[in-house]
Design a protein around this ligand. Structure first.
Ligand SMILES: Cc1ncc(COP(=O)(O)O)c(C=O)c1O
Length: 409
């Protein structure tokens, strides 16, 4: 299989040529990725040429609306869903709160919602608060030794009263990739809806959301080389069943029902930048003439192969080190390159500061996966160190991180 052309890839990200970032290695991609050049170009162009209210007849307004529509259509096609099913809001946390408001009116006291303690709080807190309205919230818990979720434990929690199961495609701390298709089938067999958090998965290759079977699938574009927006795929049937959260006179407009904040027009237009980038990767690697679905799969595989090759040495180093407790699996093929760990006798915050002095940017804390960090017996204030990367990361950068860890531990 073809390898990723890393020179081409890095040339698409201005951060790699930015003098103020010279020598800095970005290992906090699970927090936010660099933006690709087309995203920045689209934003700049929108503000210069079409920064007017969109969707009117006058030329810049018409163009602005066309750009926003194109962004939605292109990204929806890449995700294999209908463009009427893709919605942009300010963030994933905001999107889940809006849907929770709708559920609050849709569900009845005694109905049940299942959350996990492997998730980021964005896919937990909004649903947990439904308890205030008499909804029963059950927690599907990780094995505290492995930090993994076992589907058999979910089966035991499902009941005829279960209406929603909210779980993550990939934890932003554990990194394992959950079997979404298998889980959505299980949830549907129980007659419930599956709400899936794809925020930590999508930076590693946007999935075929249509094939995953989720009723609601969230991700955040600022981690996928784009602007600061939350994207949500809300399946048509679910949209129609939940009560409108937008202005009352828009109740009949699927696109307006669950995005009451009002969209950031420029950022939506800039989603075209993410799509330009994805398509340029497909073209550069010789897949440009294939169907959109084939391009998406080929780009995903390219990213995955590159990331997996870089990830294994880091996992080997961490799992072999006597002082390190690695969270999650040791085989790169079974997880994303989001690697959290703690070190015996060294505070995580201290280690992160020392790495920062060496111009290595890692994350530290509980990453808002507070319940998970607690369940794993880790101090929720100090938390874990998290080194996360994506396909634009080089072997040399990972080598530098391992060397620095070797020096400091
Ligand atoms: C796995 C996961 N889910 C949800 C979120 C929340 O996303 P947002 O910042 O768009 O609200 C994050 C943010 O870091 C995350 O990592």
């Amino acid at each position: 299989m073809m390898s990723l052309n890393l020179d081409f890839i890095r040339a698409q990200f201005p951060a790699f040529r930015e003098p103020s970032l010279e020598g800095f290695a970005h290992f906090e991609n699970a927090g936010g990725s660099y933006a690709c050049r087309p995203t920045i170009d689209w934003l700049e162009r929108y503000y210069r040429q079409t920064k007017v209210q969109p969707y009117y007849a006058f030329a810049p307004s018409r163009t602005a609306g066309e750009q926003m529509d194109a962004a939605k259509e292109r990204m929806a096609a890449w995700l294999n869903v209908g463009s009427d099913e893709l919605h942009f809001g300010p963030s994933t946390s905001q999107n889940t709160f809006v849907i929770a408001q709708a559920l609050r009116r849709h569900l009845a006291p005694g109905d049940e919602v299942i959350i996990t303690n492997q998730d980021h709080e964005a896919n937990v807190g909004a649903w947990s608060r439904l308890q205030d309205d008499g909804i029963v919230v059950r927690e599907w818990q990780v094995d505290p030794e492995t930090a993994e979720l076992n589907p058999r434990d979910l089966e035991a929690l499902l009941s005829p009263r279960t209406k929603v199961v909210a779980f993550t495609h990939c934890s932003n701390v554990v990194g394992s990739i959950n079997p979404v298709r298998e889980l959505t089938e299980l949830v549907h067999r129980a007659g419930a809806w599956a709400f899936v958090d794809g925020v930590a998965f999508c930076p590693h290759g946007m999935p075929d959301v249509g094939a995953l079977g989720a009723d609601l699938y969230f991700f955040s574009l600022y981690k996928v080389y784009g602007p600061h927006l939350g994207a949500m795929v809300l399946r048509r049937e679910l949209n129609a069943q939940l009560p409108n959260q937008g202005h009352f006179f828009n109740a009949g407009k699927a696109a307006a029902r669950f995005t009451p904040a009002g969209p950031d027009h420029a950022q939506i237009a800039a989603v075209n930048g993410v799509m330009d980038y994805m398509e340029s990767v497909a073209n550069q690697h010789g897949f440009g003439d294939r169907s959109v679905q084939e391009q998406a799969a080929a780009v995903r595989n390219l990213f995955r192969k590159h990331e997996t090759a870089l990830l294994q040495p880091l996992l080997d180093y961490l799992s072999d080190h006597p002082k390190v407790h690695l969270i999650g699996k040791v085989r790169a093929t079974e997880r994303a390159p989001t690697v959290a760990f703690t070190v015996k006798g060294l505070r995580s915050t201290e280690l992160a500061s020392r790495l920062a002095e060496l111009k290595l940017g890692v994350g530290v804390g509980n990453f808002y996966a507070y319940r998970l960090v607690k369940a794993l017996g880790i101090d929720t204030d100090d938390g874990a160190v998290r080194a996360s990367f994506v396909h634009y990361t080089s072997e040399a950068e990972v080598g530098r991180l391992i060397e620095a860890l070797d020096r400091l531990l």
